[in-house]
Ligand binder design. Structure first.
Ligand SMILES: [Zn+2]
Length: 186
């Protein structure tokens, strides 16, 4: 039986976790606003108390909707704590707001052994004047020396091709960084 944890909870921010019975793997779900009220220090203190058996941390960041500069600072402290503990870090899902910030602050998504499985990607239909957020999997992107290209998506209303609504080399740059850090490890 997994153990459910509520690690931090306020009006604006929650951090919940599921811990496996062997205490070796924890899945954390962060939601809301990453701002000065988001108590990530409490989360990393809890993880450090779990002891040396804890090897892997999975982070679901799909629910993060706001990241302030105070939140960014506490995030960097948090990710550095995970890094110095040498956890295998998997980002099961990353929100658009989070990923937008990583082009200026790549260290938000950088660690000893880390993988991004899926992430939000914004598209726009010029005909319907509508923005749509798709979930993309990093494994969809071919491993090539070229910069990652956003995969084609069609509008569900009019069937026309959607335009990627971000600068691909900035927004998708983390894929190249992730893969080059994989190469350093192996
Ligand atoms: Zn359309």
């Amino acid at each position: 039986m997994s153990i459910a944890l509520v690690l931090s909870k306020s009006d604006r921010f929650t951090a919940e976790g599921m811990l496996d019975p062997a205490l070796s793997r924890v899945e954390l779900t962060l939601r809301g606003n990453l701002d000065e009220t988001a108590d990530l220090a409490r989360v990393s203190t809890y993880l450090s108390k779990l002891g040396e058996g804890l090897k892997a941390v999975t982070l679901d960041l799909r629910g993060l909707v706001v990241i302030t500069s105070a939140g960014l600072r506490s995030w960097i402290t948090f990710i550095n704590a995970l890094k110095s503990a040498s956890f295998d870090v998997t980002f099961s899902a990353v929100s658009e707001v989070f990923l937008e910030r990583t082009s200026a602050f790549p260290q938000m998504l950088d660690g000893h052994a880390w993988t991004v499985v899926a992430f939000e990607a914004p598209y726009y239909c010029l005909a319907c004047k509508k923005r749509v957020v798709h979930i993309l999997k990093t494994e969809e992107f071919p491993v090539t020396p070229e910069a990652p290209e956003p995969p084609a998506r069609a509008c569900t209303d009019c069937g026309k091709a959607l335009r990627f609504d971000e600068v691909p080399e900035d927004y998708l740059g983390f894929i190249t960084r992730m893969r080059s850090s994989d190469r350093r490890r192996s």
